[in-house]
Structure formats: C-alpha cells, structure tokens
Design a protein around this ligand. Sequence first.
Ligand code: FAD
Ligand code: SF4
Length: 510
Amino acid sequence: MKTLRLILGDQLNSKHSWYKSKNEDVTYSIFEMKQETDYVTHHIQKIVGFFSAMRDFSKWLQDEGHNVVYFNLDDKKNTQHLTENIQLLIKEKKISKFEYQLPDEYRLDKQLTSFCEETSIESKVYCTEHFYTKRRDLNDFFKGKKQFLMENFYRVIRKKHDILIIGNQPEGGKWNFDKSNRNKWNEKDKIPPIKNFENPISDILELLNKENIKTIGHIKDKSFSYPINRSQALEQLKYFCEYLLVHFGDYQDAMHTEQAFLFHSRLSFALNIKAISPKDIVTTVLNYWRKHGEYINISQVEGFIRQIIGWREYMRGMYWHLMPDYKNLNYLENNNKLPDFFWTGNTKMNCLSKAINNSLDNGYAHHIQRLMVTGNYALLTQINPDQIDAWYLGIYVDAIEWVQLPNTRGMSQFADGGKIATKPYVSSGSYINKMGNYCSNCSYNVKEKVTDNACPFNSLYWNFLDDKRDYLQDNFRMKMMYSLLNKMKPEDLHKIKIKAKDIIENPNKY
Ligand code: FAD
Ligand code: SF4
C-alpha cells in the first residue's frame, strides 16, 4: 500500500519510530509554504531557521535511505497550501494511505482533521513522541478544579517520571528553589562566550527576497546561530551543562544591558522543532549534575528542570485545554495599539530599547525580558492582546502558537482572567532596577513618578491598578498593592494619572 507521510516544520524528530525501518512504499513529504511564511509577519531568523532545519532533516532522511519529497518555496509544483500539496502528491504518486503526526498547533490540527474527514483515502495520525505528557492530559488533571496551578502539575510530573525524587519526596528537601533564582547578575560570575552555530543560509535569504516574503528583524553574518538538528542540539546541551548550568538558577531572572543571553540555554528553537526531546535534556542535565554535583547546586538544576517539565509541558496542556476560545480572551478589555517602537526598538526607555533590540537582532529575548519588560509595558499601557500576540508570535525564533499564546495572553497579559497566572505580572520601574542595570544608563529616573524625566513604568503602574480596580481589587494576591493605592492622596493619584495618560497616548514620545 503506497503511503504518504507528512512531516511538519516543527516535527523534525529523528528519533521518531517512523524512521526505525525503511519501506519502499512510504514517501515522506516536507513543504516550505507561503501558508506558513505569511500567517503572521515572522522574524527573518525564524523563517531561515525553520527552512534550514527542514532542509537539513530532509537530507538526513534521504541519507538514511528514505524516500522524500521536499518542496522548496519556489518549487513550480508548490501550491503554497498544506492540504493542496498533500492532495497533489496523493494523485501524482497514486497514494492510498495518508499518515501524519499530531500537530501541536490548533490551526494545523483543524486543517489536517478536515482534510482527513474529506479525503477518500485511508488516513492515520501518530503521536510526535516528543513530550512527557499527552495533549489532553491536563483535562483530566484539572477536572473539577477551579485553579490550574503549574506547581501542582509540576510535582505530579516529577513523581510520575521519578525526576529529583527520593522516596516520594523532593530531592534537596524542597519542590521549588524559586527563591534562589532571583539574583541580579553579579559580574564576578563570568559568562562564557556564546556558542554559535554557523548554519549557512545565503540561498534561503535569496529565496525569501525573490519571493517577496515580508519579515521583521535582522540577520548578521549570513548564518543562523541556533542549533538546527539533533547533533547541534546535543552539542549546545553539552555546552550548557559544562559552562552555564552552574549559574542558570542564580541568574534566571537577571537582566543586563550587555548580555542578551546570560546563563540561558538557547535551546528553545531546537526543542520546539523537536530536534531534541525534553527527556534528552532532563536526562543529560541530571547525569551531568550527578557527576559534578560538588560544584553545581541543586537549585540550578531544579530551576532548569522546572522550565522544561513544568512550564513547557503545562503551557502546552493549557493551550489544548483552553483552545479555541482562549485566543479571543480579553478579560481586562484592553484595546490600545502597540506602539511603533516595538518594531524599531527606537525608544528612550533603556529597558525596552535593549529588550526590543535584542529581539530584533537575535530573534531572542530571555524570559524576564519578555515578561517584565515588553510584556509588563504592554499590559500597563493596556494594549489589545491580539496585537501583542501577533508581535510575540512573529518576533521570536522559538515562537509557535501552542507555547507563545498561553505565555503571552495568559501569563504575561492576564487576558484569561487568571487561568495561568494567579495575578498580573506588572511592576513599576523598581523591579526592573532590582533585577538589572538598565536604569543606571536610562534617560529616565527610576525613583521619580511624575516629573519630566520620571520612569514611565512608575506612573503607568499605579494608573493600571486604578483603571483595573473592578477586575483586580478582589484578587487576594493584589490586596497589598490596592491597600497602598487606597492610601495614596487623591491629588497625587491625579498627577500620576495625567502623566500615565500622556505616556499611553504618546508612546513614541518616550
Ligand atoms: P532557558 O531560560 O534556558 O529555559 C530552558 C527551556 O525551558 C526553554 O528552552 C524552554 O523550552 C523552557 N521554558 C522556559 N520557560 C518557559 C515557559 N514559560 N513556557 C514554555 N517553556 C519554557 N517560549 C517558547 O519556546 N516559545 C515562545 O513563543 C515563547 N513566548 C513567550 C512569551 C512570553 C510573553 C513569555 C513571558 C515567555 C515566552 N516563552 C516562550 C518562554 C521563554 O521565554 C522561552 O522559552 C525562553 O526565553 C527560551 O530561551 P532559552 O532556550 O534560552 O530558555
Ligand atoms: Fe526602564 Fe524606567 Fe529603568 Fe528607564 S528608568 S530602564 S524606563 S525601568
């Protein structure tokens, strides 16, 4: 029976059981398509990253002796549409069975499910064999519960997979070393050089240019620097264990003007295209730590593993639990426009300028820049979540909707009314000042609220709390902030609100 198997751009898992044996009757298909380059405006590095990884995977499959059809973006036959390409190959190759792996993105899942319902040939769907959890596991996990806390989920996963567990109890005596993960970077702990891969991309750049694909951001040196396949990802992971793990937890939330990556792993692109699995990462990190425990504290290891088996799996579960309605939630009824400087980095606010320019230059910003700088500013200025989603989905090389959406709309923008975060992640300038060195080089004064050179985050913060009283003042975790707000003199609050209104109405002035 002639079978066509589809491999999506984020399903580049060379360890998948599909590839264990060769079968002359099976053809694998991989497509570069305008359907994917154009559904949102992507960062240039994101598109070249995906296309290089897909081309590399196709070559690997062919070297392994499998039949592969690969459509380049400018291939004459390419319809630029997923199911039309599949239909074309079914006809051309007289296929009688279609097989695919479960897409992680709702949009693609719908497209393929409809196709399979309509097609006359037999079809079968497989697991991607990547995650620890199944797509719908969270439905059962949170059944009948009002709150969907990540921490509860994380503990269950740790126990189920016996990760950092001794006799049913957490190794090191605590489930969570979050409190040790909140240091400002102490410049004495030297950051090793960034490990860059020089994946050549000139031909892809030419192709995108020729096909007029609209992109954002920049690319330097005509190469893509993040790992694109399993061997590069394993190399990156080894580098992380040897040089970065030692301080990962310590400086997880730190920010610095000169350091775009600090001790972060830069593994998200490779993970999200499934070049490497979360299990590979957890096992390697644990093995390394068991051998070198004398100089790596458990807080670094737990802090890292929590991101992989906690946050990442939880976000995916929440996405599938809450879609499709999740994409339209706007609990706080925010409707302002995203300022132009998000696309240029051109602002006098140093923290925003650095976070946005890092994003434009590298297709990357680390978690705290995404959450407490760009996300914080967007929430305080009450930007419409659709616009924020489009920005986050476009700008990061690791942005795929299943992980971007719950992080942005949920964790960062509180647009789900608290399903993911128990309170909005908002702060005045003092948090940003506490965690990094941006404020010392800024045009604004982080200590001031309403003067001409006052840090905009300060007035925006109190204005936000005041504007959103009806939605937030009963939130238990916001009680202290509302009691401070309630003690503020009305004339002081009035001045703050005038200042905040000016920032919101004229964002590009600041
Ligand atoms: P490290 O700091 O080294 O962390 C290791 C790994 O943990 C990451 O590679 C990632 O796979 C995982 N991880 C850490 N935090 C999270 C999280 N909150 N959710 C899911 N996985 C996590 N991550 C994406 O992969 N794609 C996105 O589109 C994305 N959008 C985000 C949007 C916002 C507003 C926020 C606040 C966070 C977002 N994140 C996203 C999570 C996180 O910022 C990135 O995973 C991380 O910065 C990637 O860099 P790294 O590989 O160096 O991560
Ligand atoms: Fe950002 Fe305010 Fe600090 Fe400037 S002073 S870097 S705007 S937090």
